[in-house]
Design a protein around this ligand. Structure first.
Ligand code: SF4
Length: 450
């Protein structure tokens, strides 16, 4: 019998997303599959009896989650943690460790990735921190083999400076079936959907973001297309491409999409793209491969705040990129940040006007947070660590919250918007998912009003 290993997304008071060194609460009821756990499931499956507990998705509260873990008695646990649920994640893991002292406990997540020494010193029950979840270091460490220190930090063995991903990577066929058994949902994807990476990290250098601080590596095309072939053969029709930025560099994205199109998959998919480098050719390839939604970071209409925070940002070119998408029949959604250094009320007003002026299937308005590891974040965990949630559920700045609320009201109260949303969801085959998220969103609003 194989030893038991638990893949864990810990319970939280609100639906909480933790993966890819980011964390936030879910505003509209969407819940995606944690890509860290997906990649590691492929490496660990041969040696372990794997179980997945994604407590926010299974709606398992802390007490029952703790009892379920203790009853299963895993020999090892790989758990996500996140600044959106700090310090509760570590407190929960501490209680589990106290009741299962023999279990070996490893964590991933934003705070842990960028402050591994602090986390290992503060929480002695944690044996190691996964720094790069696309690599097999956790499997090797558990098996007693020398583990790649650029992918796993252990007490007293942390590489300094923290390593950056580079070159090419592959990962084994993940245990997608574990994730298909849970009700994950995304606004423009039907179910079941699979989550994949074509690259890892980010080659850009936005000052407010930590994704570029983990380096940038490309997935081997052979490895990627072997997974896509198998997903297609299994009848999976919806994909979430979890790259931080799919079209980087643009020439590679084009080559990838040409190969994808030639294989005649039947996927509908969504992913994050940079709008400035979307031209007519790329937009046409996105459409041919079934991309139904390009998620775009626009951040702010305040040009000076944008230039300081996001090298290469160009709103005029981004507008052109979105127009190319529209002509090709690919929907676009956009993400905005309120509270970037140098931004202010005039910028927020212009940002809302920008969102209203674009043909967007959705807009997400977020609070600026000092994301662990970002260039703008505090260097020292002693001063920089706090609960951080870009969704603003625990926002400290009421004025900013008012602007975010106003942005949502102005953007979503336009009848023309609802017609275009219905059209996008129908094209994506996700009307049912959209309906269920609408119900969750309404229930959350009613709870808040009560
Ligand atoms: S904000 Fe987007 S483009 Fe900028 S570094 Fe982060 S992932 Fe890359």
């Amino acid at each position: 019998m194989k030893p038991r290993l638990l893949l864990l997304n810990p319970p939280a008071a609100r639906p909480t997303l933790r993966d890819d060194f980011c964390s936030s609460t879910s505003k509209a009821g969407y819940l995606w599959q944690p890509i860290d756990l997906i990649c590691q499931s492929g490496y660990l499956d041969a040696d372990y009896d794997l179980r997945l507990l994604d407590a926010p998705v299974a709606q398992t509260a802390a007490g029952p989650a703790e009892e379920a873990i203790v009853a299963w008695r895993p020999e090892a646990i790989f758990s996500l943690t996140g600044s959106a649920a700090f310090p509760e994640d570590f407190e929960f893991l501490g209680r589990v460790a106290e009741r299962l002292p023999a279990a070996r406990l490893f964590v991933g997540g934003d705070l842990a990735r960028f402050h591994p020494d602090w986390v290992l010193a503060e929480y002695p029950f944690i044996e190691g921190v996964v720094l790069d979840f696309t690599r097999p270091a956790l499997r090797d460490c558990l098996a007693g083999r020398p583990a790649d220190r650029s992918a796993l930090a252990r007490r007293g063995e942390t590489a300094s400076p923290l390593p950056l991903a580079a070159g090419e990577f592959s990962y084994p066929w993940p245990r997608h079936d574990l994730f298909w058994a849970l009700p994950y949902r995304m606004p423009f994807l039907g179910r079941p959907f699979a989550s994949v990476l074509t690259n890892y990290g980010c080659a850009n250098s936005c000052a407010y973001c930590n994704s570029c601080r983990i380096g940038f590596a490309r997935r081997s095309f052979d490895n990627l297309f072997a997974e896509l072939d198998r997903l297609d053969a299994l009848g999976i029709r919806h994909l979430f491409v979890k790259d931080f930025t799919f079209n980087q560099p643009p020439a590679r994205a084009r080559e990838l999409l040409e190969t994808w199109a030639a294989r005649r998959y039947r996927f509908r998919w969504t992913g994050y793209l940079r709008a400035e480098t979307i031209d007519a050719e790329l937009a046409a390839l996105l459409a041919r491969t079934g991309c139904v939604m390009a998620q775009i970071g626009l951040e702010t209409a305040n040009q000076s705040a944008l230039a300081a925070a996001r090298p290469g940002a160009d709103l005029a070119r981004a507008r052109e990129g979105i127009a190319h998408l529209r002509r090709a029949g690919v929907s676009a959604g956009a993400h905005f940040i309120f509270g970037l250094p140098g931004d202010g009320e005039a910028g927020y007003d212009a940002t809302i006007a920008l969102a209203e002026s674009l043909p967007l299937a959705y807009a997400s308005f977020n609070h600026y947070t000092n994301r662990p590891g970002a260039r703008l974040a505090a260097e020292s965990p002693a001063t920089g660590i706090a609960r951080l949630d870009p969704s603003g559920q625990a926002a400290a700045d009421p004025a900013l919250s008012r602007w975010v609320g106003l942005a949502y009201r102005r953007f979503y109260r336009r009848p023309a918007y609802w017609f275009s949303l219905w059209r996008s969801a129908r094209a994506a085959g996700s009307l049912a998912a959209l309906w269920s998220m609408g119900v969750s969103w309404l229930a959350a609003r009613l709870r808040k009003a009560a």
